[in-house]
Design a protein around this ligand. Structure first.
Ligand SMILES: NC(=O)c1ccc[n+]([C@@H]2O[C@H](COP(=O)([O-])OP(=O)(O)OC[C@H]3O[C@@H](n4cnc5c(N)ncnc54)[C@H](OP(=O)(O)O)[C@@H]3O)[C@@H](O)[C@H]2O)c1
Length: 243
């Protein structure tokens, strides 16, 4: 059995699943965190076991303070120790700046910024060294008027990533991966992506594997911390122009 273990949040589906799968293919054990997708998580568990790594399952609602508090201790109990934390789980609700309510902002921040920060801090306090990758969004380089609460939560996580990188060095490296057009939002199809590739300098959408490769790079390298790797076909450069 491999000696390196990653905890991937929201690992049962979509981008999180790909991150978990590609780490497993590199021989990393994966603690599969999920909230509601128990069937998909169980399927992924079987796949990862076929690849030959450990793949314990861990259910937790990141909105729930007790679940959040128990997540790193539980993952450590199941795996022995954690080497890598990938904060991938998130919500992506629509909502304009004009209509943003405080409760909506807090919900976004609770799941998309507070939970990743809390997990990283709990990981650092209970281990002697390791790596953290926070999944951000290319939007942090500009604005998103249609997902205001989500946008603020990811900008906050981007700043937290840099502060944590400084504070938790030299034992821990903390980086961010900021995907662009990868997977259509829940309930929408590929057309959503096709209609938006015009706004991407490389004129295409990315794949879940592109995000997984970036995560893997940041987990393996030993001389990078506090960086945000944009996996977005160059879209963050346009944000700079528009900003
Ligand atoms: N999709 C894209 O093209 C894109 C673009 C830019 C950035 N991103 C970022 O990349 C990451 C993955 O994106 P995605 O589209 O694959 O994500 P997603 O499908 O929207 O969500 C990933 C997982 O987060 C989990 N989750 C949501 N609320 C939770 C809660 N309260 N407690 C615990 N888990 C919770 C869900 O787990 P369950 O299913 O088990 O409930 C879900 O499967 C996210 O951080 C996202 O913001 C994605």
């Amino acid at each position: 059995m491999s000696e390196t273990t990653a905890l991937v949040t929201g690992a049962a589906r979509r981008i999180g699943r790909e991150i978990a799968f590609s780490l497993a293919e590199e021989g990393v054990n994966v603690v599969i965190h999920y909230r509601t997708s128990s069937e998909e998580a169980a399927e992924l568990h079987d796949k990862l076991r076929e690849v030959g790594v450990g793949a314990p399952l861990l259910q937790a609602d990141l909105k729930d303070a007790t679940d959040l508090n128990g997540l790193i201790p539980e993952a450590t109990k199941k795996a022995g120790k954690i080497d890598y934390l990938v904060n991938n789980a998130a919500v992506f609700p629509r909502g304009s700046l004009e209509e943003l309510e405080f409760a909506e902002l807090v919900d976004n921040i609770r799941i998309n910024s507070w939970a990743p920060f809390y997990l990283a801090r709990s990981f650092v306090k209970s281990h002697e060294g390791g790596k953290v990758v926070n999944i951000l969004d290319t939007r942090v380089a500009g604005y998103d008027w249609d997902h205001a609460g989500y946008y603020f939560s990811k900008v906050l996580l981007a700043r937290m990533t840099k502060m944590m990188a400084l504070k938790f060095a030299p034992e821990f490296a903390v980086n961010g991966v900021a995907p662009g057009l990868i997977t259509p939002p829940e309930g929408l199809d590929e057309e959503y992506l096709r209609n938006r590739t015009d706004r991407v300098p490389l004129k295409k959408r990315g794949r879940e594997e592109d995000v997984a490769r970036a995560v893997s790079y940041l987990l393996k390298t030993n001389f990078v911390t506090g960086q945000i790797l944009y996996i977005d076909g160059g879209r963050n450069l346009l944000h700079e122009l528009e900003g």
